[in-house]
Design a protein around this ligand. Structure first.
Ligand SMILES: Cc1cc2nc3c(=O)[nH]c(=O)nc-3n(C[C@H](O)[C@H](O)[C@H](O)COP(=O)(O)OP(=O)(O)OC[C@H]3O[C@@H](n4cnc5c(N)ncnc54)[C@H](O)[C@@H]3O)c2cc1C
Length: 497
């Protein structure tokens, strides 16, 4: 017998668990399921197991709005974040609504029936189910493999090569010479963590990244907790951190020279005298044109100062038997090489979407408010901010979906679709210059050049539009059940609201 749900959430990571929490708090009686391809909760925070794995944004904004982060550490370790997500699911009984080992591969919308038919891979077979609303929280990258560029001579190397996305349980790096290729958040996390027991760690980067030290423990948050209690202190700290990160982002965009100077001065302060800051910490791009890396209590700078780690800025010519030969002619010896070279991005959990038999061509599809797709009914997805914590956006999307469902209930609508205006220009969905983003952008949907199609990258503004803005804005079209007429016909016409 076909199983029908009111809502299906795809993914049991930070976003999917948050979405389920919002949904069941708003609609305790609504039939929903979370379909999760893996066998566990947590997504990113369960998958990544490399030494030192941690957040690089503060947990007061990476945490859910509805569940205060009470740990003293504001920059948290991966296992603590995983516990937080799992506890959120367990406390609200969401874990009982998750079907593990269920990978959604295809979602087909039928306007006549006003529902989605999902094709789901499970245990070597294919199952189908239907739902009225599909909410994809599948993250933004592939789980099966990370990104590794082609390196000449890699087969000659006698040591071990590992990718942080697939960290082997049996890898013992103590006493080894480790080279970490990369300069992003993962590399700067790995280097000080590995340096604790490795003989030496080299961070080998093609080009530098902006790196800023932040305190692991937020003393203001701790004091506020004592004064206001955890719930109120959390709300205040969350806004404090939103304002600080918005200020840093805005200054970076408007006054790049000033921010560059500020970051350079902070970096110099933390490194040994005479260190080549302008070689290893002087990116070619402006601050926040790519993600700014945060390091807790300057751990990376300390590892360099202690002589346990070093940065080499050069190009890799090829792997050799003993390590890596660089363009400058230098050779870096290694027992272990870690390719912290990034993720392979993909959109919407890799699900193939069709609407009334026609495949949705993602690269030609425009996103509405950065959370729905033009022409795709009863559908939402979560992609977090690139310039602030992911969960800030994830929470707002979930709140909006609940408002939308309530609005549909109140008016007896069973379909809702954003209808794009062909006159609106397009923008990249992830407006970010990092290599791993640029490599994959052509497979992602687009954002529009103006509201409501433009991608909001400002939390305060999104609070106004997603939490408080009008649902009926003339762009979202609604329809009631009309059994005798094709639903697509109904939805193509403005409703007059
Ligand atoms: C190492 C690392 C560190 C990060 N640190 C930060 C940080 O400090 N701050 C920040 O804001 N962001 C950070 N991010 C971004 C991070 O991914 C988000 O913060 C957040 O964890 C994303 O949650 P999510 O639930 O949306 O996606 P994910 O964590 O990717 O979870 C998606 C889930 O959906 C499942 N899924 C996907 N497709 C399907 C399908 N078709 N069918 C069924 N299930 C499916 C996956 O198996 C997974 O469990 C980091 C990312 C990485 C890789």
């Amino acid at each position: 017998m076909n199983e029908h749900l009111d809502v299906v959430i795809v993914g049991a990571g930070l976003s999917g668990i948050g979405a389920a929490h919002h949904l069941q708090s708003a609609f305790p009686d609504r039939a929903y399921l979370v379909l999760e391809a893996r066998e566990s909760i947590g997504g990113t925070w369960d998958l990544f197991r490399y030494p030192g794995v941690r957040s690089d944004s503060d947990m007061h904004t990476l945490g859910y709005r509805f569940r205060p982060w009470t740990d003293a550490k504001a920059i948290a370790d991966g296992p603590a974040i995983l516990d937080y997500v799992r506890a959120t699911a367990a406390d609200a009984g969401i874990d009982r609504r998750i079907r593990f080992g269920h990978k959604v591969v295809d979602a087909a919308w039928d306007s006549g029936a006003a529902c989605w038919t999902l094709t789901v891979e499970h245990d070597g077979t294919t199952v189908t189910m239907t739902c009225s609303y599909l909410y994809v929280c599948g993250g933004y990258y592939r789980y099966d493999s990370g990104y590794t560029p082609e390196f000449a001579g890699i087969e000659d190397f006698r040591g071990r090569v590992v990718h942080p996305q697939h960290w082997p349980d049996d890898l013992d790096h103590a006493g080894s010479r480790v080279v970490v290729i990369g300069s992003g958040a993962t590399a700067v996390t790995l280097v000080p963590a590995l340096a604790q027991t490795a003989a030496h760690v080299t961070m080998l980067q093609r080009s530098p990244t902006y790196i800023l030290s932040v305190p692991t423990v937020d003393v203001v948050a701790t004091r506020l907790r004592e004064l206001l209690g955890s719930r109120r202190a959390y709300a205040v700290t969350r806004w404090k951190n939103v304002l600080i990160s918005t200020l840093i982002y805005q200054l970076s965009q408007r006054r790049p020279a000033m921010m560059r100077k500020f970051i350079r001065e902070q970096t110099i302060k933390q490194l040994p005298e005479g260190y080549e800051v302008d070689v290893h910490f002087n990116p070619a791009y402006g601050p926040w044109d790519q993600r700014l890396c945060l390091v807790p209590d300057g751990d990376l700078f300390r590892a360099i100062g202690d002589g346990n780690a070093a940065i080499v800025t050069d190009r890799i010519e090829r792997f050799t038997e003993r390590g890596l030969l660089l363009a400058s002619g230098a050779e870096v010896a290694a027992d272990i090489v870690v390719t912290a070279t990034g993720l392979q991005l993909h959109a919407l959990g890799g699900i193939r979407l069709t609407v009334d038999g026609r495949e949705v061509p993602l690269p030609q599809t425009m996103t509405y408010k950065g959370m729905m797709l033009g022409g795709v009914p009863n559908f939402a997805f979560t992609i977090g901010y690139t310039n602030a914590s992911w969960t800030l956006k994830a929470d707002l999307v979930a709140e909006y979906v609940c408002r939308l469902l309530r609005h549909m209930d109140a008016h007896g609508y069973d379909r809702c679709v954003p209808v794009p205006d062909p006159a609106i220009g397009t923008r990249p969905l992830l407006d970010f210059q990092a290599g791993y983003v640029l490599r994959s952008l052509d497979r992602f949907p687009k954002a529009g050049s103006r509201a409501p199609w433009r991608l909001g990258m400002n939390y305060a503004q999104d609070v106004l539009t997603l939490r408080h803005g009008r649902i009926e804005d003339g762009t979202l079209r609604f329809a009631r059940a009309t059994p005798r007429r094709a639903a697509s016909e109904v939805m193509a016409r403005p409703t007059g609201h």
